[in-house]
Design a protein. Sequence first.
Length: 247
Amino acid sequence: MTVTWEELGWERLAEGVGRCRLPGWDCTTGLVLGADAALMVDAGSSLAEGVRLREAARRLAGRHVTHLALTHPHFDHVFGAAAFAGAEVYGAHGTSGAGALFAPGGQGREALRADAVAEGLEAGAAREAADALVPVRHEVGDACVLDLGGGRRALLADVGPGHTGHDLAVLVPGSPNVLFCGDLVEESGEPQAGPDAVPARWPAALDRMLELGGADALYVPGHGAVVDAAFVRAQRDALAARFGVSR
């Protein structure tokens, strides 16, 4: 039985492209459907949330998610990743190295777990997700194109560092272009710069995203409502002023 994006509580952005604003941290998850494959952008904040996203994607796509792009290594975007068994997992360059947050058995998983608990995730759910977290199998050093079938392509681009040391953007060309920004762009609050942020390079990351998306794209923030290029440009200038970064 065919269902619509709206029936499942998702927002349709373009033909075959939608997103869901998740409860709790107002985190965005995106879905891109092709004739042969389905790409999920970010995985939610827990295994249970990942399962719900997986099932929604299956109903919308008529198949399992085949590709998972993680925009950056923060718990609210990655802790549901293990729910997508069999999916090819992509992240920005550096997310799968020995010292990276996703490294099996590494201290990074403990840091993610502790951060999740500090932000309000139940301790058992945080431990379960951290222990099950899947590694990134495909690092995007510059950019790569995924062919999802039927003429649908998605461009994955390493546009960071900025919000973290490893920021990935996902461009879906079309009419309009749709660009998933991760937390490099936030609409529902001021962009958050934690200890893993690289403030001096954040404005340049937004410049790269504006070049990718173009003037008429829909820019999908990691948190909040979809915005336009003018919003991203204004946030870029605000971040440059906040961090004392000149062009």
